[in-house]
Design a protein. Structure first.
Length: 51
C-alpha cells in the first residue's frame, strides 16, 4: 500500500477508536451519575418520612 493510504487509514482508525472509547466512558459516567442521584433521592425520602 502507498504511504498516504496507510496514513489515511491509520488516522481514520485512530479517530474511530477514540470515539468508541469516549462513547463508552460517557455511557458509564452517565449510569454512575444516575445511580448516585437515585441513592441520594432515596435517602432524602427516608429522611423526610422519619421526621
Amino acid at each position: 500500500m502507498s504511504l498516504p493510504l496507510v496514513v489515511c487509514l491509520s488516522g481514520l482508525g485512530g479517530v474511530f477508536t477514540v470515539m468508541i472509547f469516549l462513547l463508552i466512558s460517557l455511557t458509564l459516567s452517565s449510569k454512575l451519575a444516575q445511580a448516585i442521584e437515585k441513592r441520594y433521592e432515596q435517602q432524602a425520602v427516608k429522611e423526610n418520612t422519619t421526621q
